[in-house]
Design a binder for this molecule. Structure first.
Ligand SMILES: Cc1ncc(COP(=O)(O)O)c(C=O)c1O
Length: 438
């Protein structure tokens, strides 16, 4: 019997990353520099135990945590998050301070991204994002029948002039009313590692407001990695540049800074989106796991989150340097190979010579697997429309492996790249070539 699947089920299919992950799981000896997971070795077992003891110290609180919760989430946790968001941007925020009602808790920030997109987009509607961008969000847009259009970026984030050009072109084509969202990962971007500069943040909010002529264009600020800074200073959020608090949606998560298994994400929404998002959420799950939210509230109240963040920053800083040092040591002799130094997050973005494709159906990917290393082909991270797909790119993650395994993985990748270069004469390494950083 034929099962009729919905249009959305079809749109949701064919995510390339699942195949990649099953390859990694099938071979445990493989050094995976692909998964964007956090480091299992530093997950906060003791801190979580202490928070659990605190939730269970009083029977009434334990019972409350085991009951259904409210759709927008556990109010004390929302209050803690609000306090932190306000404190982080305090001296810089232009607009009115958001209220508790504007903070909504979700099952990871992926659920929030999905709810936002579903609240404002119909099939055929458009999201403008950097090229490349967070590949899971591309899947969300596709699943909703939306169109993701890539806008050029550089070392400072999305280029405002390129964003305005895209908006102008869409207006000319009569498609401006279709543009609903601008999506950015402004802190240590997944995948590019870039941090959007302060000037660009303000410029993008200004453009979103000015071009909201045919309908509101919201900016999603996906701040998943804000806490994972290893160098430089924290910079104010995009929300801080929103003068009336009507344009920017902040998506945050405790997945990277504490534990992805708890699935606690959050959003700070413009007031007019709270109702629609909670209506959708109520239809899906009546609220995200209440127990986990009680636990997370205790983690924050007892200062366990800050302690953990300090510890993992030190550990990830080491890993990032291990990857960058290994790139310097093994890759700098490879002509046309370049990589970007992030200031935080979990990713290093690398670019190879133009005709050396990194795709999972190409020789480099196979050779890398033979050498025992896995990466994410950059092409998975490009929107289907807009800026051209750069097939010579790769995303490397330093989150999961030990510093030593990162080094070994980078050496193995260098051997794979070298092999593919020498099997193509135009890429034979020349002694005089020097690598550049992207
Ligand atoms: C840019 C970005 N946003 C959001 C998420 C979602 O994380 P979660 O749903 O675990 O909160 C991730 C996870 O990798 C991410 O990289």
């Amino acid at each position: 019997m034929n099962t009729h699947l919905s249009q959305r089920a079809h749109w949701a299919g064919g995510q390339p990353i699942s195949d990649l992950m099953s390859r990694a799981l099938a071979n445990p000896r493989l050094i995976s520099l692909a998964a964007g997971f956090v480091d299992q070795q530093t997950l906060p077992v003791e801190a979580t135990r202490r928070a659990l003891d605190a939730v269970f110290a009083q029977v009434s609180e334990a019972q409350a945590s085991l009951q259904y919760g409210a759709t927008p989430g556990f109010a004390p946790l929302r209050q803690e998050i609000l306090g932190r968001v306000l404190a982080a941007d305090a001296p810089f925020a232009l607009g009115p301070a958001p209220t508790l009602e504007q903070v909504v808790l979700t099952a990871g920030s992926n659920q929030l991204l999905h709810l936002i997109a579903e609240s404002v987009m119909d099939p055929g509607d458009i999201v403008l994002c950097t090229s490349p961008t967070y590949l899971v969000f591309l899947g969300t847009v596709q699943h909703l029948g939306g169109r993701a259009i890539g806008v050029a970026m550089d070392d400072h984030g999305m280029i405002p002039e390129a964003l305005e050009d895209a908006l102008r072109r869409l207006e000319k084509a009569g498609e401006l009313p279709r543009v609903k969202l601008i999506y950015l990962v402004p802190y240590y971007d997944n995948p590019s590692g870039v941090t959007t500069s302060l000037a660009r943040r303000a410029a993008i909010v200004e453009l979103a407001r000015r071009w909201s002529k045919a309908g509101k264009i919201h900016v999603i600020e996906d701040a998943a990695y804000r806490e994972l800074r290893y160098e430089g200073e924290d910079i104010p959020s995009i929300r801080a540049a929103d003068p009336d608090g009507q344009t920017v949606i902040v998506a945050g998560t405790f997945s990277k800074s504490f534990s992805p298994g708890l699935r606690v994400g959050w959003g700070v929404l413009p007031a007019h989106l709270v109702g629609p998002v909670c209506d959708l959420k109520g239809n899906i799950d009546f609220g995200s796991p209440n127990f986990n939210q009680h636990l997370m509230a205790k983690v924050l109240e007892q200062g366990l989150h800050e302690q953990h963040v300090a510890a993992i920053r030190a550990s990830y800083r080491l890993k990032m340097h291990s990857m960058l040092d290994a790139a310097e040591e093994y890759w700098s002799r490879l002509p046309g190979v370049a990589w970007r130094r992030p200031q935080g997050g979990l990713y290093v973005w690398a670019t190879l010579p133009e005709d050396l494709h990194t795709g999972s159906d190409g020789p480099l990917f196979d050779r890398a697997l033979e050498e025992g290393v896995l990466y994410v082909p950059g092409e998975f991270c490009y929107p289907a429309e807009g800026e051209a797909v750069c097939k010579n790119t790769m995303r490397l993650s330093f989150g999961v492996q030990s510093p030593e395994r990162i080094r070994q993985g980078m050496a193995a990748l260098a051997r794979a790249i070298e092999h593919c270069m020498s099997s193509c004469t135009s890429h034979a390494p020349r002694a005089a070539d020097v690598s550049s950083k992207v």
